[in-house]
Design a binder for this molecule. Structure first.
Ligand code: NAG
Ligand code: NAG
Ligand code: NAG
Ligand code: NAG
Ligand code: NAG
Length: 511
C-alpha cells in the first residue's frame, strides 16, 4: 500500500513540473529518483512469501503433509492428513487470504482421522491439527466470519476437532492417566515407552478449549489429570530446583525417570502453557500461574548465565539434577517471549526485563553467523570450546554445536512479544532482518527449505523440507510484528489479552 501510494505521488509531481524550465525539471526528477528511501512494505512482503510458499505446496503437495521444495514432491511426516494445510489456516486468516482460507476449510471435512499409514504423535497432532482447527473455528465463528464462503465448513472445524480428539483419547487409558505419546491407529495400540514433559504438558490448552467450545468436559479432565503428575512430581528428586522438573515420565506410574531439563525441546512448552493457561482463564488456572512463577524464579536464579567472553549476553543453561550445563538451542528461544508475556500478565518488570535480556541473547546468535540465522544448538562453556571455534567464541560468546536451521520460529516469536510489550521498533527491524536472511538463504525451487549450515554463505545444503510450522509460525509472527495494529488476536500491548496463542502459534479466544 505504501509503495503504491508513493508512486501515485510521483506521477502527480511529474505532471505538475512538466511546464517548468528544463533545469528545474532536472532537479525535480533527480530528487524523485535519488531521494526517497525505499519504503518496503514489510507486511506485504511477508504475505507475498506466504502466497509463494502456498502455491508451491498447493501445486506439488496438497493435501499431503508438506512440500519437498527442491524436488517438487511431497512428504507425509504428520500422518498424511494435510499438516501444512491445517497449520497454514490461521496465518491465511490473519493475512486475509480468502482463497487459501477456503481451499483449506473445504479440505478439513474430508479428512478421515482413523486412517493413517504411520504412527501418530498425540502431541504433534494436538498442537498442529487440533490447535489449527480450534483456532480456525474461533476466528471463523467470530471476528473473521466474513472470510468463509460456506458456513458448513466452519462448523466442520469443530466437529472434526471432536472426531480427532475421539480418535486420540485412548492414549490416556493408562494406569496413571499420563498418556502414551506414540499411537498406532491400525490396532489402537501405543508404543510402550516413557512420555516427555513437553509432550504431556502441551495438551491442556487445546483439549480444554475443545471442552469449553463443546460443553463436553471429558477432554479437559483427561489432560488435567495427566498435568497433575507434572505439578507434583514424584520422586521429589525429579524437581532439582523449585518448579523445574525432569523430562521423562513413565505412563504406567506417573513417575518421573530423570531430573534433567530446562526450557529446551522436550520440556519447553510445559512451562510455556503454565502462564498461557492463566491467560486463558485466570479463575480456573491460578494454580498453573503459581507453578509458572516457581519455575520462572528458579530459572532466573539458577539458569540465567552470562558467557565468559560476552558478559553482556544472557543465555539459559540446562540442568541434570543440580549440575548446570552451558548449552541451549534455537527451540529454547521462545523463552524470552514467554517471560515477557508473564511479566506483562503478572505486572512484573523482573520477568519482563529478564525476557528482554533473553531476546537479546537469541538475537546475538543470529547476528553472529554468515547467514544471519542462528544455529540449532549452541554452547558457551569456556572449557569445551571446539578448537576451530575459539575466535568465534571470543567474538560472539557462544560456539555452534549443531549448525542446521529448520525454518524454526522461536527467535522471531520472541521479537514479536518484545515488540508488543515495549513498542520498541528495534524488534520490528530485527524480525525483518531475520525474515530477509531466511528468505535469502532458504528460498529454493517451489518454496523454502531447511538448511544444513547457518555459518556458511548459502546455508550449506538444502535438506528439501518445508516444515508445516513455516506457515503456522514463522510467517505469522513475521507478519503480525510488522502490522502493528490492535486486532484482538494480536498479543496485547498491556497484558490484557483477548486471545492466547498455542505453541504452534494458533491463537484461541480466552475464556
Ligand atoms: C475418528 O474420526 C473419524 C472422522 O475422521 C470418525 O468418523 C470416527 O468416528 C473417529 N473415531 C473414533 C474412535 O472416534
Ligand atoms: C499393532 O500393530 C503394529 C504393527 O502395525 C505391531 O507392531 C504392534 O505389535 C501391534 N500392537 C498390538 C498391541 O497388537
Ligand atoms: C518470585 O520472585 C519474586 C521477586 O521477583 C518474589 O516477589 C516472589 O515472592 C517469588 N515467588 C516465589 C514463589 O518464589
Ligand atoms: C545425568 O546425571 C545422571 C546421574 O548423575 C547420570 O547418570 C546421567 O548419565 C546424566 N545424564 C546426562 C544426559 O548427562
Ligand atoms: C526474497 O528472495 C527473492 C529471491 O531470492 C528475492 O527476489 C526477494 O527480493 C526477496 N525478498 C525480500 C523481502 O528480501
Amino acid at each position: 500500500m505504501v509503495r503504491i501510494a508513493s508512486w501515485i505521488a510521483f506521477g502527480g509531481v511529474l505532471s505538475a513540473v512538466s511546464a517548468r524550465p528544463a533545469r528545474e525539471v532536472d532537479d525535480a526528477v533527480k530528487r524523485q529518483y535519488s531521494a526517497p528511501p525505499a519504503v518496503v512494505d514489510r507486511a506485504q512482503a511477508v504475505i507475498d512469501t506466504f502466497r509463494l510458499s502456498w502455491a508451491g505446496y498447493s501445486t506439488y503437495a496438497f493435501p499431503n503433509d508438506e512440500l519437498h521444495p527442491v524436488t517438487n514432491t511431497f512428504g507425509n511426516s504428520r500422518n498424511g492428513w494435510g499438516a501444512s494445510a491445517a497449520d497454514a489456516l490461521t496465518t491465511a486468516l490473519v493475512m486475509g487470504q480468502r482463497d487459501i482460507v477456503n481451499q483449506i476449510i473445504s479440505h478439513i471435512p474430508k479428512i478421515d482421522w482413523s486412517v493413517t499409514s504411520s504412527e501418530v504423535s498425540l502431541f504433534e497432532t494436538t498442537i498442529r491439527y487440533l490447535g489449527g482447527m480450534l483456532s480456525g473455528y474461533d476466528f471463523l465463528s467470530g471476528p473473521l466470519a466474513d472470510l468463509a464462503d460456506d458456513p458448513a465448513n466452519v462448523d466442520a472445524l469443530l466437529t472434526q476437532s471432536v472426531n480427532l480428539a475421539n480418535n486420540l483419547s485412548y492414549a490416556f487409558q493408562t494406569p496413571s492417566g499420563v498418556p502414551y505419546n506414540i499411537l498406532d491407529f491400525s490396532n489402537r495400540s501405543f508404543v510402550v515407552e516413557p512420555n516427555g514433559l513437553a509432550t504431556v504438558g502441551t495438551l491442556i490448552l487445546e483439549w480444554t478449549r475443545l471442552s469449553d467450545l463443546t460443553g463436553d468436559y471429558s477432554y479437559a479432565s483427561l489432560v488435567e489429570r495427566a498435568e497433575r503428575y507434572l505439578l507434583a512430581p514424584s520422586p521429589p528428586s525429579s524437581e532439582p530446583f523449585p518448579g523445574l522438573v525432569g523430562m521423562n515420565i513413565e505412563p504406567t506410574t506417573g513417575q518421573f525417570l530423570d531430573a534433567r531439563g530446562g526450557w529446551i525441546g522436550g520440556a519447553d512448552s510445559f512451562y510455556e502453557y503454565l502462564i498461557k493457561m492463566y491467560v486463558y482463564d485466570p479463575n480456573r488456572y491460578a494454580f498453573l500461574r503459581d507453578r509458572w512463577i516457581l519455575a520462572a524464579n528458579s530459572t532466573i536464579e539458577y539458569l540465567g548465565t552470562h558467557p565468559m567472553t560476552r558478559p553482556d549476553l544472557t543465555f539459559l543453561a540446562t540442568y541434570n539434577g543440580t549440575a548446570i550445563q552451558l548449552q541451549s538451542e534455537h527451540l529454547a528461544c521462545f523463552d524470552g517471549g514467554n517471560f515477557i508475556l508473564g511479566g506483562q500478565v503478572l505486572n512484573s518488570d523482573d520477568y519482563l526485563n529478564f525476557g528482554l535480556a533473553l531476546v537479546d541473547g537469541c538475537h546475538a546468535t543470529y547476528a553472529a553467523t554468515a547467514t544471519a540465522i542462528g544455529p540449532e544448538v549452541f554452547g558457551w562453556d569456556a572449557r569445551q570450546v571446539p578448537a576451530n571455534q575459539v575466535d568465534f567464541f571470543v567474538r560472539n560468546g557462544f560456539y555452534i554445536l549443531n549448525s542446521g536451521y529448520q525454518l524454526r520460529p522461536e527467535v522471531i516469536e520472541s521479537y514479536y512479544y518484545a515488540y508488543r510489550a515495549t513498542g520498541d521498533k528495534k524488534y520490528q527491524d530485527w524480525a525483518w532482518d531475520a525474515f530477509v536472511a531466511i528468505n535469502a538463504t532458504t528460498r529454493v525451487g517451489s518454496g523454502y527449505s531447511s538448511i544444513r549450515n547457518v555459518n556458511v554463505a548459502g546455508g550449506g545444503r538444502f535438506t528439501n523440507m518445508m516444515e508445516s510450522f513455516w506457515f503456522a509460525e514463522v510467517l505469522k509472527y513475521s507478519y503480525l510484528i510488522q502490522v502493528d495494529d490492535d486486532a484482538p488476536w494480536q498479543v496485547s500491548r498491556t497484558g490484557d489479552n483477548q486471545w492466547v496463542w498455542n505453541t504452534e502459534a494458533h491463537p484461541v479466544r480466552v475464556w
